[in-house]
Design a protein around this ligand. Sequence first.
Ligand code: NDP
Ligand code: N5H
Length: 257
Amino acid sequence: MNFSLKGRTYVVMGVANKRSIAWGIARSLHAAGARLVFTYASERFEKSVRELADTLEDDTSLFYECDVTDDDAVTKTFEDIKNDVGTIHGLAHCIAFAKKEDLQGEFVDTSRDGYLLAHNISAYSLVSVARAAAPLMTEGGGIVTLTYLGGERVVKNYNVMGVAKASLDATMKYLANDLGKDAIRVNAISAGPIRTLSAKGVGEFSTILKKIEADAPLRRTVTQEEVGDTAYYLLSDLSRGVTGEIIHVDSGYNILG
Ligand code: NDP
Ligand code: N5H
């Protein structure tokens, strides 16, 4: 069995900057020989994604704008990718968003608007992206999404995002069941806290990191690289018998009572 990704193409959605988990995934896939296709929400991040890809050795990456709240944009993005590269072998969905005011205080105060926005971008987007990407995976493939422990348990301040992650986790499993007959596997990585742009401005983030360092079985936080290598495992044939699974890359924190 050959676990190189040479000759394979993977779409990576959600690189904002060098701290993004998506960038950790991109580097792991690239190191294994994959060709990369990047999508970003708006022009605002195009330059930084292109500059990052430029740092990859022998870079042959392609770039597309794709706001996942727009069904036509999602459809067009994957039509364009099909025209430009043909077959793809997998996809990393590293996208989430909630209003700042919904990530503090009490969950009971979440507005209908805020609830729908968080679910639209953070959970439904996996459905629309999987539907558009699946026809390009003519040789089978893998889809990986990023989730967090706050979807399984109540975690202070995670609030509406926890409920959206619970939806994302179930969405991942239903998609795994639908797409399995086409040899497409769908899995999630539950990452421990990592300082990224999304995590910026989050109250008490340093305290959360310190708690992981003190209590997690490995007594340290995890890195983008560690999540990236697990995504490589899930997107390669190494994990060929695995689908509908949530793998925790969190120093073992989730096993604690
Ligand atoms: P980043 O801020 O680096 O990435 C978040 C990405 O979401 C951005 O690239 C942003 O795109 C994208 N995004 C937001 N709205 C849209 C939209 N409408 N259309 C397309 N893309 C959109 O943060 P992370 O790397 O931390 O987040 C990646 C994933 O990892 C998220 O699902 C997050 O919930 C999850 N996660 C993060 C953890 C952490 O501690 N950091 C822990 C566990 C899970 P753009 O930049 O183009 O606006
Ligand atoms: C328990 C916690 C800490 C509290 C909750 C944090 C939730 C973060 C997730 C969402 C995705 C953050 C978010 O939407 C921020 C936006 O309101 C503002 N930021 C932006 O608009 C930036 C510029 C863009 C790039 O961000 C996005 N997302 O588009 C959870 C933490 C311990 C772990 C964590 C941080 C989890 C997670 O899901 O990211």
